[in-house]
Design a protein around this ligand. Sequence first.
Ligand code: FES
Length: 155
Amino acid sequence: MKRRDFVKSSGTILCSCMTGIGLSSLISCEDNSYDSYETDQDSNNGDISISIDISLPEHSMLSEVNGTSFLSANVIDSKGLLLVRSSNATIKAFSRRCTHSSYQIVPYNSNGIANCSSSHGGSFDLNGNVVNSPPVSSLRSYETSLENNILKISK
Ligand code: FES
C-alpha cells in the first residue's frame, strides 16, 4: 500500500471511529435527560427557542388552568423553567433562578407555591411574584406561544 493510500484509508477509519464516538455521546446525553424538547434559533435575530409537547405525560398538569409543570436546565435558562397554565390559551414560563441569590427554584407544590431550594425561605406564586422574602423581585418570565399542544418558549 502506498503512503498516500494508507493515509487516505486511515483517515476514513479515524473519521468513522470519531463519528461513532460522537453519536454515542449524543445518544447517552439524550438518554440522561428527562425533558424532551426541540431547540430552534432564528437566523435573522439570533433568538433561541425551545418547543415542547404539552400532551406528554410529564406535562399532563398543564391541561388545566393553574396546572403547572417544569423543565430542567436548558438553552433558555440554565436553572430550568417553571410552567404555569394561566388560561386556556396561555402558558407562562418563569426562570427557576431565584432572584435573591440564584439558587434553583423547586417545582410548584399542590398549593401553587414554588419554594427556593436554599434554606433562606424565599417562595413565589403562580405569577412568579414573591410570596416570602428575602427575594424582592419576581421571577424572570420568558415569551411563550401555544399552538395546539406545542408550547414555544423564547428568549
Ligand atoms: S436564593 Fe432563594 S431565597 Fe435566597
